[in-house]
Design a binder for this molecule. Structure first.
Ligand SMILES: *[C@@H]1O[C@H](CO)[C@@H](O)[C@H](O)[C@H]1NC(C)=O
Length: 380
């Protein structure tokens, strides 16, 4: 029976189209009615643009402008940083139609109704009430570039301001953990994120055992009031338990403790060299295949083997060793894995592959071995 003859199915496409049309109509109407005071959803990458915002780009060499609203009708252009007393209201205006806002991750995740974002015709407004020291962080205004209904952030026109919410009771931005484990990798800049709530606080770095203040010279270790301490080229002696101390007026407080674990991080993946004790041997003989890596000291190298005997379930026998060798002016580490095949059989003929890996990656090397049957070798 043809489908058209079923009354229910016949009307369904028409009804769906009507519903979709209605939905589009509602969406367009909503976008055009975007009056001042309307809250714009932040997370949506697409914003339905109204007629006026499409026109805006033509008339546009507008420079992004971020201001702090002090009281009704009073504005102050903000610089790189801004300090607000914790507990008070932060209100910022950013020119653009529309704009999007970037806020510290903690505020984004924890929507407790204190943050309000509103898009007016020519500017966006961010309001944060009942602020606390934990709101300290980077706030960004991204002007949006719109083409019809497609809007994207203009990252090169973004204006950033780091806002401190100065709390006379809490000099450090509170953290969830009392203890934080941080991996220090060779020559990999590492941050101890002890963030202060006030740029006025004097911050020092300390070691727990032995209890000493760590020298901060600005090159090996530096301090940024918006970030914390950075260890630029970690070495083994930086490891241990560290914490920051902030003092302001008569108040002196300690930060979360940072357990710094040093990991010797190699500069490159290992370069294995493979060698068989014999490339051609007779059935019943013993075969040893060595895989050698010469590299930096204290770098763990792991070996993995592929061998013809795997097919018949021949177990893997290896002997691994690590030795330190002097080479030129420095010392190097020789890591080796030797694959042992006793009483070789025909099935042991083929390709042997060794894969060596460290934290930077893996590399393989292969060699082939020929197994000659006994009767052949007996031939004159
Ligand atoms: C802000 O603080 C006031 C006074 O403590 C409280 O009544 C109000 O509910 C808070 N508002 C929000 C959104 O947390």
């Amino acid at each position: 029976m043809p489908l058209q003859n079923v009354p229910g199915l016949r009307w369904r496409p028409v009804l769906i189209s009507l519903f979709v049309c209605g939905l589009i109509f509602e969406l367009v109407k909503a976008a055009q009615e975007q009056k001042p005071g309307r809250t714009v959803k932040q997370n949506k990458p697409k914003i339905t643009a109204s007629k006026s915002s499409t026109k805006a780009k033509a008339s546009a060499p507008t420079q992004t402008l971020l201001t702090q609203v002090l009281s009704r009708g009073k504005f102050r252009k903000v610089g790189d940083t801004l300090t607000v007393q914790a507990g008070s209201v932060l209100e910022m205006r950013c020119r653009g139609k529309p704009v999007q806002w970037g806020v510290p991750p903690y505020l984004e995740e924890d929507d407790d109704g204190r943050l309000k974002i509103v898009q007016h015709e020519r500017y966006g407004v961010l309001t944060l009430i009942n602020s606390t020291g934990a709101d300290t962080g980077q706030y960004t205004c991204y002007p949006m570039y719109c083409e019809d209904t497609d809007c994207r952030r203009e990252y090169n026109k973004a204006v950033k301001v780091f806002v401190f919410f100065a709390d006379p009771q809490e000099l450090f931005v509170p953290t969830i953990n009392y203890y934080e484990v941080i991996q220090l990798r060779t020559n990999w800049p590492t941050v101890l994120p002890c963030q202060v709530t006030s740029p006025e606080a004097k911050v020092t770095l300390h070691r727990e055992f032995p209890p000493v203040e760590v020298a901060v010279d600005g090159s090996e270790i530096s301090f940024d009031v918006r970030k914390g301490f950075t260890i630029h080229r970690p070495r083994p002696h930086h490891a241990g338990e560290l914490f920051c101390v902030a003092s302001l007026g008569s108040l002196r407080q300690s930060s979360t403790k940072y357990m710094l674990i040093y990991v010797n991080y190699p500069v490159a993946p290992p370069a294995p060299v493979i060698q068989a004790s014999s490339t051609s041997l007779s059935v019943g003989g013993n075969l040893q295949i060595s895989c050698t890596v010469m590299g930096e000291r204290d770098v763990v190298v792991e070996f993995d083997w592929e061998y013809p005997g795997q097919k018949i379930g021949r177990p893997l026998y290896t002997r691994e060793s690590v030795t330190t060798v002097s080479q030129g002016s420095g010392q190097q580490q020789l890591s080796q894995s030797v694959l042992l095949v006793d009483e070789v059989r025909d099935v042991d003929q083929g390709t042997y592959t060794c894969t060596a890996g460290n934290l930077q990656g893996t590399k393989s090397a292969s060699t082939t071995v020929q197994v000659v049957s006994k009767d052949k070798t007996k031939r004159p």
